[in-house]
Design a protein around this ligand. Structure first.
Ligand code: ZN
Length: 177
């Protein structure tokens, strides 16, 4: 676990040129927009940033964020812990116009005078990753199996194969070998 704080703002070009890696934790107070929408930040947020160039010589920033937040369960209204495991690559683009045309696999990021505001970037990434509806896992699992069950019945009603029938054949085959 890193015991140093991530800097709040960095000059990207310098870090790209040296292929730098930065890692550290981020105090809750640095992410007010996240604090506002979650019940609480329940595990220290840590982030790792890798700076480099892609094959077309664009500056890229690999971002990994770990931690956990408590959201309000939409069924029982009690807090539910949602782990955060975010991994993405940002491509530095010159201006908003270029950002709009950027390929979707790499998220564009526009710098302000060559500076990356790490806190704002982390806030964006965390807010994007939060589930729209949070539910306790057990409840969620029940719901999933119920939905799956319904799906199987619907397929059966339409004369489609029951996926469990395939499973049974595979199991039998495996047993004979
Ligand atoms: Zn709940």
């Amino acid at each position: 676990m890193p015991n140093q704080q991530l800097p709040q703002q960095v000059t990207v070009r310098k870090l790209v040129e040296s292929g730098a890696k930065l890692s550290g934790f981020v105090a809750d107070a640095r992410l007010p927009r996240v604090v506002e929408v979650v019940h609480q930040i329940s595990a220290n947020l840590e982030a790792e940033l890798h700076f480099g160039m892609d094959e077309s010589n664009k500056m890229i920033i690999g971002v990994e964020i770990h931690g956990a937040v408590d959201l309000t369960c939409q069924r029982c209204l009690e807090p539910v812990t949602v782990p955060l495991k975010i991994a993405t690559t940002l491509t530095v683009v010159a201006h908003d116009e270029e950002a709009r045309s950027c390929i979707r696999s790499h998220e564009p990021i526009v710098l302000d005078e060559g500076l990356l505001n790490i806190d704002h970037m982390l806030e964006e990434e965390i807010l994007l990753s939060l589930p729209v509806v949070a539910l306790h896992p057990k409840v969620l699992a029940d719901e999933v199996s119920f939905v799956e069950h319904e799906g199987i019945e619907r397929r059966a009603a339409r004369g489609l194969e029951n996926p469990f029938a395939v499973l049974k054949t595979l199991t039998t085959k495996g047993g004979q070998e």
